[in-house]
Design a protein around this ligand. Sequence first.
Ligand SMILES: [Mg+2]
Length: 161
Amino acid sequence: MSFFLPAFKFEKVTDITPDILRELGVELLILDVDNTIAPYGQVTLDNQVLSWAGELKAAGVGLYIVSNNKGQRPEIFSKLLDVPYIKRAGKPSPRGVREALENAGVPPDRAALAGDQIYTDTIAANLAKVKMMLVEPIRFTNPFLAIRYFFELPFRTGKKL
Ligand SMILES: [Mg+2]
């Protein structure tokens, strides 16, 4: 049951500030793509996300994209942000998250995962023992996403910072 529960909850990914991460001892922030840093289908990143990522990097926080997406967008965003990526990560399996930790050389207790979903991101983060930082989905582009969100509601808890 606790594998469904995020440690922290934010309105949007850009609310995860360098100060918060420093306070929690987080050196690596693993990023989900779809509905976390960009809506489904969008191939650009908003300026707000770009400048936020720049601030984190300037503060010494490593970023790593770990996405279940099978298409081109993980790579496109990886290039835009100049950060490494893993696609087809298979979340809720912790495989992709563990691979990112290993490649970055960061232990799980100094890492966090920012994502919008319970049944993929949160479970993967908890299985890999990294701090889950749940964000609200950017946009519901189809009814299925809204329905899934409804079934996630009981688990969409977490400490607000
Ligand atoms: Mg997502």
